[in-house]
Structures are given as structure tokens and as C-alpha cells.
Design a protein around this ligand. Structure first.
Ligand code: BJW
Length: 237
């Protein structure tokens, strides 16, 4: 394997599937259980806030029953060991709102679609760590208004830290996409952005994603197997 210096990794729901968190688009996944327009759009939230708050309260509570798997842990090891040689940088971007990367040991995770354990006040725009429920309309810790919402990015909203992500995609020499279907933009376009800037692009997925043909290389298999194997290769290279 060539030696890379600047790696950008994008993860999706597939990396947490073996930990027991449902993906969105697989058979029996979240979008078969709920209409996406109802639970993952600002319009759905305005129409039926109780439904949406309950959906996220349940998913936040369910985090207590899951644990990181070997794929999360391997990426944490990569974050620790890869930058030890001078000139090397790594950015881990996740679309996931769970906290399994952090619990697996990753210290610097960019959550582009937000986080379940964070609340956003619709009145004063404060973001605050949040472990409890929101269905009971708790007050905002700063302005006291009872207008908290989950700090997650719904369809039609701008994902977080896009400037930082595109900057890293412009200069990376390796882009790796793990366990994401490539169905949701702007994340689905990162591979083309990185490729246009000269990076090698690698997909790790259980099955080919919608955008598989856009990658130089695809390795198929469960994340808990293919991610640790790939990390081993990078660190040995
Ligand atoms: C395994 C595995 C195992 C399983 N091992 N792998 C028309 C064209 C283009 C774009 C648009 C369009 N119309 C509208 C848009 C924009 C829209 C969009 O993309 N819509 C699409 C439906 C087309 N996007 C937006 O609105 C975004 N904002 C935006 O675009 O702002 C404007 C902008 C402009 C310019 C620059 C920047 C911005 C916002 C998108 C927000 C998405 N939000 C959600 C919900 C977050 C909160 C929550 O969790 O509830 O994010 S939707 C949902 O999808 C969630 C996920 O992060 C996201 C991606 O899903 P993911 O992770 O890929 O999961 P799955 O289930 O799809 O796939 C799982 C994969 O795992 C599969 O491939 C399996 O094979 C694999 N797998 N087991 C390895 N063991």
C-alpha cells in the first residue's frame, strides 16, 4: 500500500450496525419504521413535535444498551498512531448521531449531522450536552424557554462544519468511506470532491453503495472485519 499523509474518513450508519443500531435504508431500517418526512425534516417537527421528540428520545435512551465494535476501536487506534510521524493528519467525519466513535476512543470526531446527546435551543440557538428526554419540554439551560430540539441535521438544513470538511477534502491524499449508502448529500459528494483533488478513494461497505463506481477501490465485508484489517495495513505501511 502507498504511504498516505492526509487521510479523511467518512463514516455512516453501517459502522454502528454491528453494535445494534439500526441503519436507515436497509430492510427493517429506520426509514421502514418511520416516514422520513415526519421525523427528519423541520416541517415534520413543526407538524408533530411530540412524534419527533419521542423518536429522538427513544434513540438517545437506546445508546445506553449498545457498545462500540472493533471498527470504532480500530479508527480510534488510527487517530492515535497515524499522526505520530511528522506531516501526517487525519480527519474523522461521521454522519452518525450516536457516540460510539467517542466511546471507542476517538477524541476528535466531526459530527456533520449532529449528535443525539446534544440539544439545540430554537429560541437562543444555544447547544448544550443533553442526556435526558425532550418530550417533557425541559427549559433551555441558558434562556429558560421551552423550545429545545434535538441537535441533529434534518433534510433541508445545512450540515455542520462544511468549510472544515471541504478544506480537508481539498488537501487529502486518501479518502475512505465506511458503511454509508451514498444516498444523502452533501456527504455523498465527498468522494468526487476528494478524487477531483487527486486523492485515492476507498470504500469499505457490506455491499456496494449507490456511489461505488465513483471510488478507485471497494472492499466488501462487515465493518468489524474490514476496518481493523485496513487500519492494520495503513499503520504497517
Ligand atoms: C454496513 C454494515 C456493516 C450495513 N458493515 N457496512 C436532490 C439531489 C441531490 C441532493 C438533494 C436533492 N434533493 C434534496 C437534496 C439534499 C438532501 C439530500 O441529500 N436528499 C437525498 C434524499 C437526495 N440533503 C440535505 O438536505 C442535507 N442538507 C443540505 O444538502 O444542505 C444544503 C447544502 C448545500 C451545499 C453544501 C452543503 C449543504 C441534509 C441531510 C441531513 C440528513 N439527515 C439524516 C438524519 C440525521 C439525524 C438522525 O440520525 O435522525 O442523516 S438522514 C440519514 O441519512 C442520517 C444519515 O446520517 C444519512 C446517511 O445515511 P447512511 O449513514 O448512509 O445510512 P444508510 O442506512 O443509508 O446506509 C447504511 C450503509 O451501511 C449501507 O450502505 C449498508 O450497506 C452499510 N452497512 N451494515 C459495513 N455491518
Amino acid at each position: 500500500m502507498s504511504e498516505y499523509h492526509r487521510i479523511v474518513i467518512l463514516t455512516g450508519a453501517g459502522i454502528s450496525a454491528e453494535s445494534g443500531i439500526d441503519t436507515f435504508r436497509s430492510a427493517g431500517g429506520l426509514w421502514e419504521q418511520h416516514r422520513v418526512e415526519d421525523v427528519a425534516t423541520p416541517e415534520g417537527f413543526a407538524r408533530n413535535p411530540d412524534l419527533v421528540l419521542n423518536f429522538y428520545d427513544m434513540r438517545r435512551a437506546a445508546l445506553a444498551n449498545v457498545a462500540p465494535n472493533p471498527a470504532h476501536m480500530a479508527l480510534a487506534r488510527l487517530e492515535r498512531e497515524f499522526p505520530r510521524k511528522p506531516g501526517r493528519e487525519l480527519l474523522l467525519v461521521t454522519q452518525n448521531v450516536d457516540d460510539l466513535h467517542e466511546r471507542g476512543g476517538s477524541a476528535r470526531v466531526l459530527h456533520m449531522h449532529g449528535a443525539l446527546k446534544s440539544a439545540l435551543c430554537s429560541t437562543c440557538e444555544t447547544r448544550a450536552p443533553w442526556l435526558g428526554t425532550m418530550i417533557d419540554r425541559p427549559p433551555c439551560p441558558v434562556c429558560q424557554s421551552r423550545s429545545l430540539r434535538p441537535d441533529v441535521v434534518w433534510f433541508g438544513e445545512m450540515p455542520y462544519q462544511m468549510g472544515r470538511i471541504y478544506q480537508a477534502l481539498e488537501t487529502c491524499d486518501l479518502f475512505v468511506s465506511i458503511g454509508t449508502s451514498g444516498a444523502v448529500y452533501p456527504a455523498a459528494g465527498f468522494v468526487q470532491e476528494a478524487r477531483a483533488n487527486g486523492a485515492h478513494t476507498l470504500e469499505l461497505n457490506l455491499e456496494p453503495s449507490e456511489g461505488s463506481r465513483l471510488f478507485h477501490e471497494t472492499r466488501l465485508g462487515p465493518a468489524s472485519v474490514v476496518v481493523p484489517e485496513w487500519v492494520e495495513e495503513v499503520l504497517a505501511g
